[in-house]
Design a protein around this ligand. Sequence first.
Ligand SMILES: Nc1ncnc2c1ncn2[C@@H]1O[C@H](COP(=O)(O)OP(=O)(O)O)[C@@H](O)[C@H]1O
Ligand SMILES: Cc1cn([C@H]2C[C@H](O)[C@@H](COP(=O)(O)O)O2)c(=O)[nH]c1=O
Length: 216
Amino acid sequence: MSELVFFSGTMDCGKSTLALQIEHNRSARGLQGMILTRNDRAGEGKLSSRLGLVTDAVEVAAGQDLYAHLVDHLSQGGRADYVIADEAQFLAPEQIDQLARVVDDLGLDVYAFGITTDFRSKLFPGSQRLVELADRVEVLQVEALCWCGARATHNARTVGGEMVVEGAQVVVGDVHHSAGEVGYEVLCRRHHRRRMTAATARAAALSPDVLPVTSS
Ligand SMILES: Nc1ncnc2c1ncn2[C@@H]1O[C@H](COP(=O)(O)OP(=O)(O)O)[C@@H](O)[C@H]1O
Ligand SMILES: Cc1cn([C@H]2C[C@H](O)[C@@H](COP(=O)(O)O)O2)c(=O)[nH]c1=O
């Protein structure tokens, strides 16, 4: 029975790497996947991992009907044995419904990869729909860690190392970024709630206010 599977986790936990591994293992056995993505950091029509692997993908457009895309592809003699959708948080809820229809009506497995929540710890609409519709939600085994060593469960957006809570939901970026740029950092819930990033924790530790007071 074909399935819609949502592989979810924070940024930088290995989702795209797993997508590329699934693709590699299936293509090594002669299967052919339809690889979809949207707004990958490597550029349009790319699915990339921080381990350096990258493959070509179909860049999903806003409003594109993904079920119709698959039907057109197959009816024109193209082949698709399964579907991989990376950065699935950026898909519209309707597009997730179309992927569910690909599973149910075309009998293809669909593997979707994405972050569940945004920098304000609110669900992305596409991820919400995936949680609602997926046959399985899989949390990745490799733990991304907060600066304190706890499992990272939340994505913070940072500017100059400080966490921000205002701004557009979608801003493409990375956990590795230059100083001053908008970037991201994964945190545990406790430190996300306290808006405490690695940089602000370091600054607080160095602050004279928190140095132990010596009694004389
Ligand atoms: N130099 C490295 N050596 C080993 N593993 C690395 C290295 N750089 C990145 N990684 C691994 O790659 C993961 C990020 O993979 P990626 O697929 O890009 O994440 P995601 O798609 O979830 O944002 C990191 O959590 C880490 O496990
Ligand atoms: C938290 C958050 C993230 N994004 C963007 C930043 C990246 O371009 C992607 C996530 O990619 P990854 O492969 O999982 O690292 O999402 C965003 O636009 N808005 C956010 O709130």
